[in-house]
Design a protein around this ligand. Structure first.
Ligand code: SF4
Length: 60
């Protein structure tokens, strides 16, 4: 059984991530690194969580 600690300061709905609480829409990391894949980001979709790691057994 994993023992993740919910970080109430990082709300995240990406259930496919190893660090997501899964049972709740929160991250379990103490901090995350956010970045962008755009030269000039203009909308939320331009940004990424660079701390994302695919959950084991998830997503093929
Ligand atoms: S590492 Fe990023 S994508 Fe993964 S749960 Fe935390 S905030 Fe969400």
């Amino acid at each position: 059984m994993e023992n993740k600690k919910k970080n109430s300061n990082i709300h995240c709905t990406v259930k496919q991530c190893e660090y997501n609480m899964g049972t709740e829409d929160y991250c379990s990391l103490d901090m995350v690194k956010i970045g962008t894949h755009e030269a000039n980001p203009t909308v939320p979709e331009c940004t990424d969580c660079n701390s994302f790691v695919k959950r084991s057994g998830c997503c093929g």
